[in-house]
Design a protein around this ligand. Structure first.
Ligand SMILES: O=P(O)(O)OC[C@H]1O[C@H](OP(=O)(O)OP(=O)(O)O)[C@H](O)[C@@H]1O
Ligand SMILES: Nc1ncnc2[nH]cnc12
Length: 243
């Protein structure tokens, strides 16, 4: 699995190669502190920085390393289950990510850091797993949360859009009146595979005059070329997995 922070519309990209075995949620063994006699401690020489630019470069390297370590932790916390829900599917299970409070918080923080200054008025979450990540992001950036639901779940008047999936077909519905023309939306889901789901969400929102600023997912399965279904819409993902 690749740890990646990627948007197809910007140069924001930090990639660290990492592997993620199936079935497990591996953790690094704890570091063991070995007592050292104080007389033997050797400190590296202090470096002097000759220009503010060098200091800025150091600071951005530190920020980059912190981001990469967050992405690695998120990647490691996602479990992969082969042959679920049917043979040939490598199921990316985010429930293990939710058990890791640091990785879950980092996931939300990375999205909030990206979207808090983008003037987003609606976070549209796709059922079911977009309902997990969407609301905390919406609250943090001061946007309303709108659920994009499976058919016959919403009680009010709905508009709907059919779409095809990696394993079947489905329909997505949204309440009439939940969004207004001119709203600026972020669409959030846990994963993009073939892109059918996000494509349907974009269509639903655009049909009622909403501007979709970006789609965001925790995981992308690049082999399935889901990005191609999004037209010119930008997609931001944290990690990539094998289909
Ligand atoms: O890019 P696509 O090929 O459209 O697939 C991605 C969608 O598939 C999964 O949901 P699923 O349809 O399995 O529904 P669930 O979250 O309710 O289980 C996933 O959570 C995405 O919503
Ligand atoms: N491989 C996969 N893992 C989890 N959710 C999915 N939705 C579509 N493909 C999926």
């Amino acid at each position: 699995m690749f740890v990646v922070c990627r948007s197809n519309s910007s140069s924001f990209r930090s990639v660290v190669a990492a592997t993620r075995p199936c079935f497990s949620c591996p953790r690094f063994p704890p570091l063991i502190a070995i007592p050292t006699p104080s007389s033997s401690i050797r400190f590296p020489p202090l470096r002097s920085f000759s220009s503010p630019r060098q200091i800025t470069r150091m600071a951005s390297k530190v920020a980059q390393d912190q981001q990469d370590s967050r992405l690695e932790r998120i990647s490691s916390a996602i479990r992969v289950i082969p042959d679920f829900p049917k043979p040939g599917i490598m199921f990316q299970d985010i429930t293990t990510l939710l058990l890791d409070t640091k990785a879950f918080r980092d996931t939300i923080d990375l999205f909030v850091e990206r979207y808090r200054d983008k003037n987003i008025s609606v976070v549209a979450g796709v059922e079911a797993r977009g309902f997990i990540f969407g609301p905390p992001i919406a609250l943090a950036i001061g946007a309303k949360f709108v659920p994009m639901r499976k058919p016959n779940k919403l009680p009010g008047e709905v508009i709907s859009e059919e779409y095809s999936l990696e394993y079947g077909t489905d329909k997505m519905e949204m309440h009439v009146g939940a969004v207004q023309p001119g709203d600026r939306a972020l669409i959030i889901d846990d994963l993009i595979a073939t892109g059918g789901t996000l494509g349907a969400a974009i269509k639903l929102l655009e049909r009622v005059g909403v501007h979709v600023v970006e789609c965001a997912c925790v995981i992308e399965l690049p082999e399935l070329k889901g990005r191609e279904k999004l037209g010119d819409k930008s997609l931001f993902v944290l990690v990539k997995g094998a289909a």
